[in-house]
Design a binder for this molecule. Structure first.
Ligand SMILES: Nc1ncnc2c1ncn2[C@@H]1O[C@H](COP(=O)(O)OP(=O)(O)OP(=O)(O)O)[C@@H](O)[C@H]1O
Length: 558
């Protein structure tokens, strides 16, 4: 239904209504006719009062199209007749159906331009031009003041108004949460007349979304957000007899801050309940623990080295140590089969590299079989090791999903990814940089989201000069592959150095901390000696590097 503007009459002022007694719902027009928006009484220029009837002749077409009704209390909603009268909220009949009638006035408060009719089943229809209307209730208040409350619906506006003795400004957006931003934008000038604008939208997903969209319309600090923890909206609280919570929400409304910005004063709870982040697990080597202070949740540790230096051997030792310390570990070893990974863990437990032993199970003697079974039970059989059988699928989003599952579904607090380079390999140089950036950003976000500690292996670029990493060249952050994202987004970067060609030292790996966001301590952490008999990496004194092992205590100068 649409309404046209009367061509021959203009609104002059609000006047009392002789029919319903409203002090100001009656409107006087320039041709002398009156119309009361509280009770629908129509008084033509000749002074004879009648109720509006859409078929009646001799009155402006716009008036005739509006629906009349009676002011009455809304029992179920606990809204009084006085409140309904103040707001011109009526109950009437529309095409044979009972409706609640909400008048929408022009932004200048001169006249009603639309009506929203609400059916008992909560459907509604609009009569007139809602687009030309201000906010619901805007005509009731002066255009400036200390505070205005904005609700998501008409009944909520009536509720808030009544709870404030119908004295303090409250308006509703006309089209619910979805159209909220547009409506507030349109009436921004009016709203900016108030020192404080309180958004009191529904406490549901749509309401919260609307709040995030609308709040930035206002200058910083002027917009506050009212929210109740127990009720969805003001009317629900009122119906439950908890109107006080509505008032508390308005007075306790917090200055809106965009998502992600926190006031330090609200962080106490987070600090005292942050035990998980403080808990640290240990590396198998004391020297490394001393400088890194262990491994923590939500940390991304990158282990890097040249080809064949021993990255996988190191992470296997770390995984074994974690499992034996009672932790649950996820292993994505993308360059080897799960069987090889499993045997690797058992080898460490057995102090014997069984992966090099090609004897079939049936040919092993009973004692060996028993020893291997025990090694299996202490490691894989504990149920705290999860392996990713990748079948060659190393696509980054696929891996991220598996890591998320390992964290959330399997309870892995430590996850090993060996190695990042394979995830982004096969791409030309330019694309590899970009792929590393994308993968690193996603991994970093995932670590933060899940709280896991991710231990990731990454390869190095060849260093400048003759000496490669295979000949023991020193590692550095600048040699990490891709752009600077690996160094930037890792909390800890460990470089492994070993001269695979030097007869004296080729079994000794130097572990260098290249980056340490936790404590800032960097430099050589320890030296690991590889025992070919046991296949184990254990800490050794640095003198092994020079071959001078005569001193009992390298730290003691005397
Ligand atoms: N400190 C060490 N001394 C001597 N040999 C070692 C040492 N660490 C590992 N190895 C041996 O070197 C070989 C390669 O080790 P590993 O596969 O762990 O290296 P990597 O750095 O992961 O290799 P890639 O660059 O191919 O990924 C293995 O046979 C391993 O047992």
């Amino acid at each position: 239904m649409s309404c046209e503007e009367p061509e021959d009459s203009e609104f002059l002022q609000h006047i009392p209504c002789p029919s319903c007694g409203s002090s100001d719902a009656n409107s006087l027009y320039s041709d002398g006719h009156q119309y009361c928006f509280a009770c629908g009484a129509y008084t033509p220029a000749n002074g004879e009062t009648s109720n509006m009837d859409s078929n009646a002749k001799g009155r402006p077409r716009r008036m005739a199209d509006f629906v009349s009704g009676e002011t009455q209390a809304l029992g179920k909603r606990r809204i009084t007749e006085d409140t309904c009268r103040k707001w011109g909220y009526r109950v009437g009949d529309f095409n044979g159906h009972k409706v609640q009638i909400a008048d929408y006035w022009s932004p200048d408060g001169a006249e009603v331009v639309a009506q929203k009719l609400r059916f008992p089943n909560k459907d509604f229809t609009v009569v007139g031009k809602l687009k030309e209307a201000g906010l619901f209730g805007q005509h009731l208040w002066r255009d400036k003041g200390k505070r205005i409350v904005i609700t998501e619906g008409e009944i909520d506006a009536l509720t808030v108004s009544q709870l404030q003795d119908n004295k303090w400004p409250v308006v509703s957006v006309p089209n619910g949460a979805q159209g909220a931003k547009k409506s507030l934008q349109k009436n921004l000038q009016y709203l900016l007349g108030f020192d404080e604008i309180v958004l009191f939208f529904d406490n549901d997903e749509e309401g919260r979304k609307a709040t995030e969209e609308c709040a930035p319309l206002f200058p910083p600090g002027r917009c506050k957000v009212a929210r109740m923890s127990t009720f969805k909206d003001a009317s629900e609280a009122m119906q439950a007899g908890k109107g006080g919570e509505v008032i508390d929400a308005i007075w306790g409304a917090k200055v809106h801050r965009p998502d992600g910005v926190l006031n330090g004063a609200e962080m106490w709870e987070a600090i005292v309940t942050d035990d998980a982040a403080v808990e640290a697990a240990e590396y198998p080597w004391e020297g490394l623990n001393r400088i890194t202070h262990g491994l923590r949740g939500a940390e991304l540790v990158t282990i890097t080295a040249g080809s064949g230096v021993g990255k996988s051997a190191v992470v296997r030792e770390v995984a074994h140590h974690l499992v034996r310390s009672g932790e649950t570990v996820g292993m994505l070893m993308l360059e080897e089969s799960v069987k090889r990974t499993a045997k690797g863990l058992m080898s460490i437990e057995l102090n014997r590299p069984i992966h090099l032993d090609l004897t079939p199970w049936s040919a092993l003697d009973a004692a060996d079989q028993e020893a291997r079974k025990r090694a299996y039970e202490a490691t894989l059989g504990s149920g705290r090791v999860y392996l990713y059988d990748h079948f060659g699928s190393t696509e980054v989003d696929n891996l991220l999903n598996r890591i998320r599952y390992l964290a959330a579904g399997c309870g892995c607090r430590y996850i090993i990814l060996d190695h990042l380079s394979i995830v982004v390999s096969g791409l030309d140089d330019g694309d590899e940089r970009k792929a590393i950036d994308v993968a690193m950003t996603k991994l970093r976000t995932l670590v933060q989201e899940t709280g896991v500690c991710l231990i990731m292996v990454s390869h190095l670029r060849r260093p400048a000069g003759d000496k490669g990493h295979e000949q023991g060249a020193e590692t550095s952050l600048s040699q990490l592959r891709g752009s600077h994202s690996i160094a930037q987004l890792s909390d800890m970067v460990l470089g492994l150095e070993r001269n695979q060609q030097d007869e004296k030292t080729k079994d000794i790996t130097t572990v260098r901390v290249l980056k340490n966001r936790f404590s800032g301590e960097t430099g050589i952490a320890t030296h690991l000696l590889f025992d070919r008999e046991t296949g184990r990496l254990s800490e050794c004194r640095p003198e092994f590097l020079t071959g001078d092992t005569t001193s009992d205590d390298g730290d003691d100068p005397f």
